[in-house]
Design a protein around this ligand. Structure first.
Ligand code: URA
Length: 206
């Protein structure tokens, strides 16, 4: 798809997100937050859900977690304008509670279409809700920082920057995982398929 066609498609998706009433979250929103970034972005970041500031401004990652994300991007020579940034759900949950399964499901066609249009070389998931789209049964503590190919997409799962802001011990982990991005991008064709751990292992992990 040519770049201007991709940009048109993304604008169309954004318009649909802003008009969406598919789950209860539309009732409490100030603004929906479709996502932003270049249509030909190589990297797509997927967070959890808009918070207070995102809901006010209609843009993803513009609060404290967003400032940290910008610092992390800067540490690898990137600006937020270089990457596509979105969330697993596009409207703010009340009091920033976790997204519910039916809200994630109702919102998922938008994310799937964004992935389809952008076809990023690398998806970076921030936090366990977006991780679960690619690695449904995994634990973030086991797989963060390890890029794997899942269903044709190369995905690098990371802790959420907000978690790192609240837990100083995670900050270094997030910074180190972030530093892997350039090398993963450079060798993206060599990234292996994800092999889910055997069922027994998964149960033990929980
Ligand atoms: N946290 C997220 O997961 N997404 C945002 O857009 C802001 C904070």
């Amino acid at each position: 798809m040519a770049n201007d066609e991709k940009a048109r498609e993304l604008a169309q998706i954004a318009e649909e997100v802003r008009a969406c009433t598919a789950c209860i979250l539309h009732r409490g929103r100030t603004q929906a937050v479709p996502g932003e970034g270049p249509a030909d972005a190589e990297i797509m970041f997927i967070g959890e859900a808009p918070g207070f500031h995102e809901d006010q401004q209609g843009r993803p990652f513009v609060g404290a977690a967003g400032r940290f994300l910008e610092e992390l991007l800067e540490s690898i020579g990137l600006k937020r304008e270089d990457v596509y940034i979105t969330n697993i759900i596009k409207c703010r949950p009340p009091a920033n509670r976790d997204p519910l399964p039916d809200e994630i499901e109702a919102c998922s066609p938008f994310l799937e279409r964004q992935l389809e249009v952008i076809q990023p070389k690398l998806v970076v998931t921030l936090g366990r809700f977006s991780m679960a789209r690619f690695f449904p049964k995994a634990r973030i503590s086991q797989i963060h920082g390890q890029a794997k190919r899942v269903g044709g997409v190369v995905c690098l799962p990371m802790y959420h920057p907000a978690a790192a802001l609240h837990q100083p011990s995670l900050r270094r982990v997030v910074e180190e995982d972030f530093r892997r991005i350039p090398e993963v991008l450079a060798k993206v064709d060599q990234i292996g398929e994800y092999e889910p751990p055997p069922e027994a292992e998964q149960l033990r992990l929980f």
